[in-house]
Design a protein around this ligand. Structure first.
Ligand SMILES: [Zn+2]
Length: 397
């Protein structure tokens, strides 16, 4: 296995040091061995008010999978990737000074815009063409593809969103795709398609502005529908209650550098205007949140459950006075003080001002100084060393 991974990484597109560092950081809690090679994070240091996604960016296949039994010409066609989409996504992300998650491998390896349980997550048949390297793949083979090339992409996006939300952000997710001008012998009339599910916050103002341009034929949930359970935006947009939209651009418009640059400039203006028209960002759920069993969970119930878990954590920490803050920091990079600070920051987002010690007292159950007096022990050299190590890799605020 490690040999295979090495081969994968050796073929990786070299990225500036910053990108690799950042991509690794967002993957810090991953359990699968495969990592940044599943995607490229473009503009990793950019603020994440808008996050671009490009699921079908690439027509490359990891070396270990050969050519999936297909002649190379097949990868130049739309079945391998969304022609022009990566180019357009990069140009847009640069114009917005926004991060973009860009797939490294072809959709024929695994389709990042499908849920793990979707029967087409690994396509055995694409546009009436059998994919020999996928045809006989069993459940374990599919699970392996997902673990290596699908999970890292989605985990990284989820982590970036969580980080942004943790800082009080409401990232707008924009997923870029492209479609063929002709499908099964029939020309498609649209230049651009706006795909959405139930959250119309961004889709509607975007469609209105595209129509207003006069020379753009815009499809509303054309050429495809945006309602697909567990696709990329369902997972990261709908389930997080974040504003999102999927934009399909006709391939011939963005097939070369010039076309992509032209459409990026135009779409930047239109998208910015649509985002502004959306009003203040907020969390809005349009689909019931998943519950293991029983009735679907609404947002209020979810918040109550999260609060209950937090209270239990706090009660636990109050009881376990033997657990020192320095141990928590050394082991997990956070401690009681961090919890108090997170509480204070969340309160501040709602306009409630708490002093540092007031917020920490909610966690300690007494003034922090009193807890320190009663329970804090002298730190051993080992504890201090662990702590120093943890602080050197500390990624939370
Ligand atoms: Zn696509």
């Amino acid at each position: 296995m490690p040999g295979k991974l090495k081969a994968l990484q050796a073929r990786d597109i070299p990225a500036p040091a910053g990108q690799i560092e950042s991509a690794t950081r967002y993957n810090a809690d991953m359990t699968t061995a495969c990592d940044a090679s599943a995607y490229e994070l473009h503009n990793p240091e950019a603020p994440d008010g808008v996050i671009f996604l490009c699921d079908h960016a690439s027509n490359k296949v990891p070396e270990e999978l050969g050519s999936l039994g297909l002649p190379p010409a097949e990868f130049e066609r739309h079945i391998g990737y969304d022609i022009g989409a990566a180019r357009l996504t990069r140009a847009l992300a640069d114009r917005f000074a926004a991060p973009a998650f860009i797939a490294r491998w072809s959709r024929l390896v695994v389709d990042l815009n499908r849920g793990e349980d979707d029967p087409t997550v690994v396509m055995k048949l694409s546009d009436e063409r059998i994919v020999p390297g996928n045809r006989d793949l069993d459940a374990a083979g599919i699970a392996d593809r997902i673990a290596r090339y699908h999970a890292p992409y989605h985990q990284a996006i989820a982590a970036r969103i969580a980080e942004s939300r943790g800082k009080g952000g409401f990232p707008v997710l924009i997923s870029m795709h492209s479609f063929t001008p002709v499908w099964r012998g029939k020309p498609r009339p649209w230049h651009i398609g706006v795909l959405w599910d139930k959250d119309a916050r961004l889709a509607k103002p975007l469609l209105a502005r595209l129509h207003r341009e006069g020379d753009i034929v815009a499809g509303d949930n054309e050429p495809y529908t945006g309602a697909l359970a567990n696709d990329c935006l369902y997972r990261h947009g709908t389930m997080n209650g974040l504003p999102h939209v999927l934009v399909e651009v006709r391939q011939d418009l963005i097939a070369d550098e010039d076309g992509a640059a032209r459409w990026a400039a135009r779409l930047e203006r239109i998208l910015r205007d649509a985002i502004e028209a959306m009003g203040a960002p907020a969390i809005q759920f349009t689909r019931p949140l998943p519950a293991a069993k029983g009735p679907a969970m609404d947002e209020k119930t979810r918040t109550e459950l999260e609060a209950a878990a937090f209270r239990r954590l706090v009660a636990h920490l109050r009881a376990r006075t033997d657990v020192q803050n320095i141990d928590l920091m050394g082991l997990a990079g956070f401690c009681r003080n961090c919890l108090g600070d997170w509480y204070r920051e969340s309160a501040a987002e709602k306009g409630i001002t708490l002093e540092k010690d007031q917020a920490r007292e909610i966690v300690y159950g007494m003034p922090p100084a009193e807890w320190k007096e009663r329970y804090q022990k002298e730190a051993s050299p080992e504890q201090q060393a662990e702590f120093a190590k943890a602080m050197s890799q500390k990624t939370h605020s």
